[in-house]
Design a binder for this molecule. Structure first.
Ligand SMILES: Cc1ncc(COP(=O)(O)O)c(C=O)c1O
Length: 374
């Protein structure tokens, strides 16, 4: 399999650990280990204290799978398969669900591996383009026209990276019906689920919504534990899950033993983690709203409905976001992610608002904007 470079990851490899402020990160501010361990209950504290560093169960620690299952309405432990991050889950899923001659539809702009691995597996991929002037909404009529008899996967990411889009309930229900009619798996990358700004907007998980629904989850975003590298698939399609498990024997075989226990501690304390994460993003959003209000004649801002990222656009004639963000990082040590890293034109850039240094980073961005965009 030959895969094109993952543009965003190559960009982060260049910058992530050398700039002062990553104003485009999608993860939530991590917690110190001591705070994580302080959340352990009696059982998880004992699991941690007695932990030996052998191989672990390749499907995932039974207690962890059981805990993950409770994030859904109708999932049992056996409907869950644990991976090294959502990234490995995506890699295994596309490899077992698709082959040459198959067709997949994937929302775009988006997380590159969602369509790149599908291509690498030999599938024909149609990108379902989201448009700013439509509020980044999924277009059901277009999607219906994109389905072919060979369509095996319809892949959406909601809440969405990079736009912060969350479909309304009617659109989501339409999508579920459409996938069921097409006989395709509906894969919903839900790594930002539980970060809806209005909790009433939370959608049913893909795995719960239909028999062939697949949910992708991870500890990295809403649960603020990216360094664990623990993710999962949830689906009632046990045959698909078994094939993913067999494929995983060629990637990581099993998860990191300490990470599984820490993930279990985090998920059992999910109310604390999610309240913390929501607190960070909603406070930061207020700052962003004020900034974009002030600079409305220089930037567009489709306010995200969920998650930790948004996709504004620089509208100053003659200034490209690639050049402007290169100047910003050089002058102020503040990193943005130009839309070109998603292969998406139009002067957009990804802003992340899951980190606690956002106020300082925004002050610097504003100072730079005042010098260069007025
Ligand atoms: C939509 C989406 N899916 C999957 C992932 C992968 O998550 P992880 O790197 O934690 O495996 C990301 C990470 O940015 C993402 O934004």
């Amino acid at each position: 399999m030959r895969l094109a470079d993952f543009a965003l990851e190559r960009y982060f490899a260049r910058w992530e650990f050398s700039v002062q402020h990553i104003l485009c990160a999608s993860d939530l501010q991590g917690m110190p280990m001591a705070e994580v361990l302080a959340m352990a209950d009696e059982e998880t504290q004992s699991l941690w204290d007695r932990l030996t560093l052998g191989y672990t169960e390749s499907t995932g620690h039974p207690l962890l799978r059981q805990e993950i299952a409770t994030l859904y309405d109708g999932m049992a432990s056996d409907d869950i398969l644990v991976f090294a991050g959502a990234e490995e889950a995506i890699f295994c899923l596309a490899n077992v669900a698709l082959e040459a001659g198959d067709h997949a539809i994937v929302t775009w702009p988006g997380y590159q591996s969602l369509y790149e691995v599908a291509r690498g597996a030999g599938a024909d991929v149609t990108l379902h383009e989201l448009r700013e002037d439509a509020g980044w909404a999924i277009d059901l009529d277009l999607l219906r026209r994109q389905v072919t008899p060979a369509t095996r996967l319809i892949v959406i990411n909601a809440p969405h990276n990079p736009t912060g889009m969350l479909p309304d309930r009617a659109t989501y229900d339409g999508l579920v019906d459409l996938a069921a009619d097409a006989g395709a798996h509906l894969v919903v990358d839900e790594v930002y689920r539980f970060l809806e700004f209005d909790e009433g907007d939370r959608l049913p998980a893909g795995a719960d919504a239909l028999e062939r629904g697949v949910s992708i989850g991870v500890m990295s975003k809403s649960f603020a534990m990216a360094g664990l590298r623990i993710g999962w698939l949830a689906t009632r399609d046990r045959d698909l899950l078994a094939r993913c498990a067999a494929f995983k024997d060629y990637t990581t075989i099993c998860s990191s033993a300490p990470s599984e226990i820490l993930a279990l501690i985090g998920l059992r304390a999910r109310d604390v983690l999610l309240a913390r994460s929501r607190g960070i993003v909603t406070t930061n959003l207020e700052r962003l709203d004020a900034l974009f209000d002030e600079w409305a004649d220089r930037f567009t801002w489709v306010r995200p409905r969920a998650g930790s990222v948004g996709f504004p656009r620089l509208t100053v004639p003659g200034v490209t976001i690639d050049d402007w963000s290169a100047g910003l990082v050089a002058a102020e040590g503040v990193l943005l992610l130009p839309g070109s890293q998603f292969g998406f034109g139009g002067n957009h850039f990804r802003l992340g608002f899951g980190r606690t240094d956002l106020p300082v980073a925004l002050d610097r961005l504003e100072a730079y904007a005042a010098r260069t965009l007025r």
